[in-house]
Design a protein around this ligand. Structure first.
Ligand code: EPS
Length: 390
């Protein structure tokens, strides 16, 4: 079983991630992790904090001489901003920001200052998730699995994407674009939109898509609700702060069509059962089909706005606009990298579940024996049968 924990506050000394259940013998460098951390830090709409932090990972357990040992892996990332908070007299925070965790966390945990909720709810925590995602991605890479993401919309500006796109091209274009948007024209408009929201004291949300290529068929299971990969991916993606909705491929649009226009016909190509389309977005019955796994996530506009939204001061009981806390204007481009990390974690978990094994060698030999929908492997009984229950 693969599992992870993160710990750390936004302005505390450091973030910590612990990942347990990885096989031994996986090659891993701090550079592998730092590459993903730096991708998460790029993107338009960031506040001043992003110019302070230069995230870099320190592996402190579960890894020797460049290889995982099978023991829990521990990693820390310093919060550079802690230096300016260490001795600070922090002013009281008593007006909850609508859209943020402030009010709910204070009610739930009996906090006497709202900042206690903010510190842990901050999306700063997603740096630790990217550490976990980077390590999981290293495992997936051994099996040829590739994960990428791109921005589909920011505010009302939408990218034009082909219906049956070349995903590797989308990944490349997004990587080279400041907004991580593969449509250059839309990207320019997105940047303008972010500038205009900033100047109005407003914030923006948007939609990004995360896609995994080359996942083998047979990950996840239909036999129980919590083993459906569909559900696990959905939970992982919607656990990212500010994600309020997700769908596989064009799930909502598909509801408007008749069934024969939605399901992916099965064909036989060179002895292997294949699909001529991928409207199922890589999953049927909670199990991977072997086609790209495509999930979209809807991110709400950042909750901290310069303009302020009406709230109540918990000290005076008076209705006032919430005070402004330094924040981002738009985090959609950066969140797409966090989406990749969560997808990598869920796929690594399901690969380990499928392949078993304590070392990479063991996983690899079982991977090579996986059934991949060859007609010659499908030995049907082709005879009447009964349940046989007493
Ligand atoms: C965040 C507020 C901002 C963001 C932060 C998430 O930080 P600060 O309160 O220090 O200005 O920059 O995101 C990060 C620090 C990060 O690394 O992504 C929030 O309230 O969620």
């Amino acid at each position: 079983m693969l599992r992870f924990l993160t710990a750390g506050e936004s302005h505390g000394p450091e973030l910590t991630a612990v990942l347990e259940g990885l096989p031994a013998g996986l090659p891993l460098t701090e550079e592998d992790i730092n590459r993903q951390l730096s991708r998460r830090q790029k993107g338009p709409g960031s506040g001043r904090r992003m110019s302070i932090e230069r995230d870099s990972a320190r592996i402190t357990a579960g890894w020797m001489n460049g290889l995982t040992t099978g023991a829990p892996i521990a990693i820390t990332i310093k919060n550079k901003d802690f230096e300016s908070w260490r001795e600070k007299k922090i002013p009281p925070m008593t007006i909850p920001r609508p859209g943020h965790v402030d009010l709910n966390a204070a009610i739930k945990y009996d906090y006497k200052d709202l900042r206690l909720g903010l510190e842990r709810a901050s999306a700063r925590e997603t740096a630790a998730r990217c550490v976990v995602g980077a390590i999981c991605l290293k495992l997936l890479e051994q099996f040829g699995i590739v994960i990428g993401s791109y921005v589909l919309s920011i505010g009302s500006v939408k990218a034009e994407i082909d219906e049956d796109p070349d995903y590797r091209k989308l990944f490349r274009l997004a990587e080279a674009d400041p907004a991580r948007c593969p449509d250059a024209q839309a990207s320019a408009l997105m940047l303008k939109e972010i500038d205009s929201a900033r100047s109005e004291g407003e914030t923006l949300g948007g939609v990004f898509e995360v896609t995994a290529l080359n996942a083998p068929p047979g990950l996840g299971s239909h036999v129980h609700w919590d083993r459906r990969l569909t559900a696990r991916l959905m939970a992982a993606i919607t656990s990212i702060p500010a994600i309020k909705g997700a769908q596989f491929g064009q799930a909502f649009k598909n509801t408007e069509k008749r069934g024969t226009h939605v399901h992916d016909a099965i064909t036989l190509i060179e002895g292997t059962l294949s699909r001529s389309s991928n409207r199922a977005a890589g999953l049927e019955g909670g199990i991977t089909t072997g086609a790209p796994i495509v999930i979209q996530a809807a991110m709400k506009p950042i909750s901290t706005t310069i303009k302020g939204v009406s709230s109540v001061d918990l000290v005076t009981g008076k209705e006032v606009n919430n005070a402004y806390e330094r924040s981002d204007v738009c985090a959609v481009s950066r969140a797409s990298v966090v989406g990749e990390a969560m997808m990598a974690y869920v796929l690594a978990e399901s690969m380990i579940e499928k392949l078993g094994g304590d070392s990479l060698c063991e996983l690899m030999s079982r991977f090579n024996d996986l059934k991949r929908g060859k007609l010659s492997d499908m030995k049907m009984n082709n005879a009447p049968w009964g349940f046989g229950y007493k």
